[in-house]
Design a protein around this ligand. Structure first.
Ligand SMILES: CC(=O)[C@@H](O)[C@H](O)COP(=O)(O)O
Ligand SMILES: NCC(=O)COP(=O)(O)O
Length: 242
């Protein structure tokens, strides 16, 4: 029996729908409250540099009105650092960001950007923010996270989510091996991106993983079943996997 796997619900895409019309509805903070009532252990929100979904005002309200820990996803920029230092969320997950991308296409190159990330991670940690690095599941990136002193890594599961057959098994193996390596070195491994009811179980079964962050699928599914039902079903699948 392994420990309960935490579910962080990413509410970015409630804001995407809201922003399509520019008004206040649907409200991502209301979605965060519903997710909490349905069994989420945390809320994740990605304040993108172009503010295409979550906005600064959303972060203010999530910090002020939601009791669950906030995992603030952010690019490694001075602007985002000062926002994170002003709010001091429970966790800050540093993600790579390209203005023109449709979604976060891969993991942060923690090894290649080591020198730039070192003071960045230190400033967040000094402020009491739990730093997470959103990396590819690879030995090189886990080792870089270790040298950077990050207490948490989140493995980008997008390649796993989009692969099929033997390729998907190989991608799963990378996550399994990287989670074991991280845990062995005292880093808490998380995972997320592109997870769905159909692909979550093998990832949730990886015993070292402590948290999954899931958003786009849950919000999409909520259109058909409601957010409460979609979060509860994901929670149940994660529990069954353990
Ligand atoms: C880093 C990550 O995986 C999430 O923030 C996700 O990317 C949110 O959706 P978008 O990529 O569409 O911003
Ligand atoms: N860090 C991954 C995340 O927060 C959610 O990604 P997705 O489920 O929206 O693809």
């Amino acid at each position: 029996m392994t420990r309960r796997l935490r579910l962080g619900v990413n509410i970015d895409h409630v804001a995407t729908i809201r922003n399509a019309r520019g008004g206040p509805h649907p409200d991502p903070v209301r979605a965060a409250r519903l997710a909490a009532a349905a069994g989420a252990d945390g809320i994740t929100a990605h304040l993108r540099e172009d503010r295409r979904h979550i906005t600064d005002a959303d972060i203010d309200r999530l910090m002020g009105q939601i009791d669950l820990p906030l995992n603030l996803e952010m690019a490694a920029t001075e602007e985002m650092l000062s926002i994170a230092l002003a709010h001091r969320p429970h966790a800050a997950c540093i993600v790579p960001e390209k203005r023109e991308e449709r979604t976060t296409e891969g993991g942060l190159d923690a090894a290649g950007q080591f020198a730039a990330l070192l003071p960045f991670v230190a400033r967040l940690a000094d402020a009491g923010v739990r730093v997470s690095l959103f990396i590819e599941p690879s030995e090189q990136q886990v080792e870089a996270a270790l040298r950077l002193g990050a207490p948490v890594v989140e493995f980008h599961t997008g390649r796993y989510a989009h692969a099929e057959g033997g390729d998907q098994a190989a991608e799963l193996r990378r996550i399994v091996d990287s989670a074991a390596l991280a845990a062995k070195n005292g880093i808490e491994p998380h995972a997320g991106h592109g997870l769905t009811f159909d692909n979550v179980v093998p990832v949730a079964a990886i015993p070292q993983l402590a948290e999954l962050n899931i958003g786009h699928f849950l919000v999409g599914e909520a259109i058909f079943t409601g957010l409460d039902a979609s979060v509860r079903r994901m929670r149940a699948l994660m529990d069954e996997a353990r």
